[in-house]
Design a protein around this ligand. Structure first.
Ligand code: NAP
Length: 342
């Protein structure tokens, strides 16, 4: 069993990944921006059924500073670089996301090379694969890269694309001293372990809370956080994963209306506020005149940027849960944690 550093242990994917590493018998280190969050992260892991004690240690490190990274990485066989800014809102300046994503990845990779880490697995995103292009007939796959010159890219999409490119460029210049594998998840759902959970969970939370008047014609790729964690572990240990990127998507993309229908059908009274009617595009355009957040979704209306998981299944034997199982697990966790409107 190896010693593994997980960056961003306070996050949704980070905490689930720690759970699986512990379950497989690894010794785990994790970084948080402030050590004051250790007890919160331990509580999240307890929510997931783990009491790791001394098998888990915490290190303070921020993607925006050099301090702490060398110490956190030292003695690790593998590093799972999961931390990256993923805010719900739009930053004033794109660099608020791009700089920590790119420079943070480079800090982690440099420290890993210096410490003789065998392989880094980096959490990139579908955001680095399927944007800036017109929708296409074939599903997007790992050979595709987001076109940074394309229209309507958000700061987040740019940050993930630029950070992943920088990581591959860095590793290419290391003459084989460091191995890299990358996981590119679509929207990640599944059981939240704490109130402070990922931006992706907000979609289910807002639907359940009746915060939306209906479902815009949007299409989503879904994957369960437990399967994303599992794919990180496979990419960490399988020799074939070296130098490869893997899309983490459970099934074909589904419409927001279908997501709403699944919640309505499976969540009983807790889903009484979920709207299942589809909103015509003109109504969403009208709403965007008053709400700048709605403006962000306009370029995506009616577009289905489907993606395939064929590579992860074929090369790593990955078998993700269904969209339905993952969405229901999300909603059930929101109920369990008391995170829905009474
Ligand atoms: P999350 O719960 O918001 O976790 C983000 C993690 O990154 C947190 O641990 C956060 O620490 C850390 N972080 C952010 N800025 C940092 C900084 N400047 N220095 C150090 N740590 C920092 O979101 P998540 O869904 O687990 O996302 C984890 C990774 O998966 C990210 O790279 C994200 O881009 C990627 N991803 C997520 C999805 C999705 O749908 N959820 C899809 C594709 C890719 P704090 O707790 O201190 O904020």
């Amino acid at each position: 069993m190896s010693t593994v550093l997980v960056t961003g242990g306070s996050g949704f994917i980070g905490s689930h990944t720690i759970l699986q590493l512990l379950a497989q018998g690894h010794t785990v280190r994790t970084t948080v921006r402030s050590l004051s969050r250790e007890s919160e992260v331990r509580a999240m892991l307890a929510q997931g059924g783990a009491e790791p004690g001394e098998r888990l240690t915490f290190y303070a490190a921020d993607l925006e500073s050099d301090a702490g990274w060398a110490r956190a990485v030292e003695g690790s066989d593998h590093v799972l670089h999961i931390a990256s800014p993923f805010p719900a809102g739009v930053p004033k300046d794109d660099d608020e996301l791009i700089v920590p994503a790119r420079e943070g990845a480079l800090r982690v990779l440099r420290a890993s090379t210096e410490a003789g880490v065998k392989r880094v697995v980096m959490t990139s995103s579908y955001a680095a694969i399927g944007y800036g292009h017109k929708p296409q007939a074939r599903p997007f796959d790992e050979t595709d890269w987001t076109d940074l010159k394309g229209p309507g890219l958000t700061a987040y999409v740019k940050s993930k694309t630029i950070a992943e490119r920088a990581a591959w460029d860095y590793v290419a210049g290391q003459n084989g001293k460091l191995e890299l594998a990358v996981v590119n998840p679509v929207g990640v759902f599944g059981p939240a372990l704490a109130a402070d959970t990922s931006t992706s969970i907000l979609l289910v939370q807002r639907l359940m809370d009746g915060a939306l008047p209906g479902c815009p014609k949007l299409y989503f790729g879904c994957v369960d956080v437990r399967d994303v964690a599992d794919l990180h572990l496979r990419a960490m240990t399988d020799p074939a994963a070296k130098g490869e990127r893997f899309l983490a998507v459970a099934e074909d993309f589904i419409s927001m209306k279908r997501i709403a229908e699944i919640l309505k059908a499976r969540m009983g009274d807790a889903a009484k506020r979920v709207p299942t009617r589809e909103l015509p595009n003109w109504l969403v355009w009208l709403a965007s005149l008053r709400d700048p957040a709605v403006k962000l979704i306009l370029p995506e209306l009616g577009k289905n940027r489907n993606a395939t998981n064929e590579k992860a299944r074929r090369m790593l034997g990955w078998e993700p849960r269904s969209n339905e199982e993952s969405l229901v697990a999300t909603a059930e966790s929101l109920v369990r944690l008391g995170l829905l409107k009474p």
